[in-house]
Design a binder for this molecule. Structure first.
Ligand SMILES: C[S@@+](CC[C@H](N)C(=O)[O-])C[C@H]1O[C@@H](n2cnc3c(N)ncnc32)[C@H](O)[C@@H]1O
Length: 274
């Protein structure tokens, strides 16, 4: 089944130990640990925290609102959003080890009352209809063959008029994606659609698409700056490679190549639940 293969793809095995080892190596004290301290490592999408900051600006969450993060990973963006905006976030993710780490890091950062996590499939969200004031998903839908169902479930759990921001890596005009990439070792569990196709799926699922942001230029600038920094100062101790584990560097490099060659487009859809 696709979801088992996706969870297996993301399972690390000893992730919490690896995260703690990196924090120790970076000299970050666990006492007083913040979501911001973790951000260089636990935002698992292109441009990391920079992209999350943009997403938050587009989502405009209000203090006290309850948000859903669909495919929350280890919970970096959810903790960061809760810490910086005062909104509450419930994250769901297929990968049990990611949810265990997300929970533990929420406790360690003192955010467990504002960021909670549970194992779940985005295609069968374990929430009532119209349960959330707003929602987002970042770099998850590339793993989902049935995007119509994925976005219909998102629409179902959002209140009418709620804002929803969906970020993904879309198929570009430059040819097939080069594998492995962060979300898949081969094409078997990779399901890319063009930005136009995804926008049409979102509209059919019950959203009005207000804006489509292609961040190819920003991604290329970010990747170039990261390469230059790594050459001059070495790779930063805290980065997502620790979570991606197997072939991590090659997968990140292929992501950058795919964007540079127009094979992949990092894109974000700003939507309103009709
Ligand atoms: C690239 S990571 C992004 C994690 C997080 N959104 C972030 O940006 O830090 C993709 C995540 O999507 C999750 N995922 C993939 N398919 C899913 C599904 N059908 N339901 C729930 N989570 C899913 C994976 O387990 C993985 O944690």
């Amino acid at each position: 089944m696709t979801i088992d293969k996706v969870a297996a793809h993301y399972t690390h095995g000893t992730l919490m130990d690896a995260v703690l080892a990196k924090l120790a190596e970076a000299g970050i004290a666990l006492d007083g640990l913040t979501a911001q301290d973790l951000a260089p490592m636990d935002h698992l999408h292109g441009r990391g925290r920079e992209a999350t900051d943009e997403m938050i600006a587009r989502l405009q969450p209000q203090p006290g609102q309850h948000l859903i993060d669909i495919g929350c990973g280890v919970g970096g963006p959810a903790r960061y959003l809760a810490a910086t905006t005062g909104a509450r976030v419930s994250g769901i993710d297929l990968t049990p080890e990611f949810i265990a780490v997300a929970d533990e890091l929420a406790t360690m950062t003192g955010l467990s009352d504002r960021a909670d996590f549970q194992v779940g499939d985005a295609l069968n969200l374990p929430f009532d209809a119209a349960a959330f004031d707003a929602g987002y998903t970042q770099n998850v839908s590339m793993s989902v063959p049935d995007k119509a169902r994925f976005f219909a479930e998102a629409a179902r759990v959002l209140k009418p008029g709620a804002r929803f921001v969906a970020g993904e890596v879309a198929q570009g005009p430059g040819g097939d994606v080069i594998y492995p990439v962060p979300w898949a070792m081969t094409a078997e569990i990779s399901h890319l659609t063009t930005p136009e196709e995804t926008a049409a799926i979102l509209e059919d699922a019950g959203f009005r698409v207000e804006a489509i942001h292609d961040s190819t230029d920003q991604a290329m600038a970010y990747n170039q700056a990261a390469r230059t920094r790594a050459k001059e100062q070495g790779a930063p101790i805290l980065n997502p490679l620790v979570i991606l584990r197997e072939n991590a560097l090659e997968r990140m490099r292929n992501s950058a190549r795919n964007v540079a060659q127009g094979r992949a487009i990092p894109v974000e859809f700003v939507c309103i639940r009709s």
